[in-house]
Design a protein around this ligand. Structure first.
Ligand SMILES: [Zn+2]
Length: 87
């Protein structure tokens, strides 16, 4: 937004309260090479436990371990190639 010739930042409550960054680190099980990247999130799709004995923290751990597997299985070669090309 431009006001009186100066750019003012508009605060966005959604971004301020819900946006966060997740650091992913993936290690090759064969050679030990590690790559990492950061990803912006503003939501997490978590399964609510039937019984509340599972804490939200447990659900978050499950979510990210599923994602880590996904990365490892599907994207590792792609990401590794992407990083190798930059060297
Ligand atoms: Zn490797």
């Amino acid at each position: 937004m431009i006001k009186n010739g100066e750019e003012t930042k508009i605060s966005n409550p959604v971004v301020d309260n819900f946006e966060f960054q997740v650091s992913h680190e993936i290690q090759c099980q064969t050679c030990g090479n590690t790559i990492s990247n950061n990803e912006e999130y503003n939501n997490l799709c978590l399964e609510l436990p039937e019984k509340l004995q599972n804490s939200l923290d447990n659900e978050k751990k499950k979510y990210f371990s599923r994602r880590a597997k996904l990365y490892a299985e599907k994207n590792f070669d792609f990401i590794l190639n992407m990083f190798s090309n930059q060297l």
